[in-house]
Design a protein around this ligand. Structure first.
Ligand code: SF4
Length: 362
């Protein structure tokens, strides 16, 4: 088999992924390391060939790092390809480059296995619209629940302590996943009906002006491979004009320009999207983006209105509905404030709070 110089997008996608997932600190330096090792591999294999200068060394010298986003599955494929093209030096397996590439390959393969299929393209995207919630924490406001394929593939709580994966909400959510859109089924003593995205937007548009409502007591924004759907979000933002919808997202925004722009746009257009921090350090990173309000998961030991600050000194206020029966989203409304510069904290709770506690310490 012949060896070749991987193209610039391949190297940049591997470096972007590695930085986005904390496997290396500097994407540009890592892209340079990848390029150098690939060139060294070719020099080892094709030593003394005249065409090396023009076809390998000069093109490699012109490589410039720019972020290239790719799904975990794609990065696993690219890292595997890169590994094959870079392995011709005798010491390859001992190099830092080889070790990092092996880590990326493992990480991306594992993440790809966790990623859920579906996303917005799936005909099964389904929503339950509850016109008046009976949940004591939200209070009697309209609330939606969206099928779980909308959850972010990179959410660390997915299958690992998410509050919606246990208790009565999990029961409802699993029923929704199974039934799909525009269906009805028995859930305990009640009959539950689901709708599709158009049905959701119709319900939202029919709300009286100024009405507070909460999108997604479970679920996230529709997406394909982690990229939020601009068409579906736009429909919802337009339906919400004049109302006061709010929601939360775990979709990746730090390195994903597409998602960042959409979240910022929605927040500027009356639909409040809170960025969900996995812990206080992550909340600081999200707040720095200045594209929307931020919430964070707190350790389960937080009980009551404690004075909390993030590592960077930002104020954190504990959601009052978590410690007082007298407060609900209907009366509090903090999460609907798009230009809030302080962070709302939610102590972990539920059957899997130990798993969540471990993540809040990350
Ligand atoms: S902080 Fe307020 S609006 Fe946000 S979840 Fe808690 S009660 Fe609801």
């Amino acid at each position: 088999m012949s060896a070749y110089l991987c193209d610039q997008d391949t190297i940049n996608a591997i470096a972007t992924y590695a930085t986005a997932h904390g496997l290396v600190a500097d994407a540009k330096l890592f892209a340079e390391l990848l390029t150098l090792q690939n060139v060294a591999s070719m020099q080892a294999r094709y030593s003394g060939r005249e065409w090396m200068q023009a076809e390998v060394i000069e093109p490699a010298r012109a490589y410039v790092y720019e972020p290239v986003e790719a799904s975990a599955a794609k990065v696993a494929e690219l890292a595997d390809e890169y590994d094959y093209q870079a392995c011709e030096t005798d010491d390859y397996k001992l190099t830092l480059c080889a070790r990092l590439v092996a880590r990326i390959l493992n990480h991306a393969s594992d993440l790809a296995a966790l990623e859920r299929k579906g996303g917005v393209g799936a005909a099964r995207l389904a929503i339950i619209w509850t016109a008046k919630s009976s949940n004591a924490k939200t209070g009697p406001i309209p609330v939606s629940t969206t099928s779980s394929e909308t959850c972010s593939p990179t959410c660390p709580f997915l299958g690992n302590g998410c509050y919606a994966e246990s208790g009565p909400l999990a029961f409802l959510w699993r029923g929704l996943d199974k039934a799909g859109p525009n269906a009805s089924w028995r859930s305990g003593v009640a009959t539950v009906k689901s709708t599709d995205w158009n049905g959701l937007c119709k319900n939202v548009a029919a709300l009286p002006d100024g009405q507070l409502w909460r999108h997604n007591q479970a679920g996230d924004l529709p997406h394909t491979s982690g990229m939020i759907s601009d068409t579906l979000l736009e429909k919802l933002v337009n339906a919400n004009r004049g109302k006061r919808g709010f929601t939360y997202t775990h979709h990746e925004v730090t390195y994903t320009k597409h998602n960042r722009a959409l979240v910022q746009w929605a927040n500027a257009n009356g639909f409040t999207i809170n960025l969900s921090g996995n812990n206080l350090k992550h909340a600081d990173q999200l707040a720095k983006l200045a594209i929307g309000p931020v919430v964070a998961v707190l350790p389960s030991t937080v009980a009551g209105p404690e004075k909390i600050q993030t590592p960077a000194g930002r104020t954190v206020r504990v959601c009052p509905a978590t410690y007082s029966d007298k407060v609900s989203c209907k009366t509090c409304q903090w999460c609907a404030i798009a230009d809030r510069d302080w962070i709302v904290g939610f102590p972990s709770h539920g059957a899997r709070k130990n798993a969540v506690d471990r993540l809040t310490k990350a």
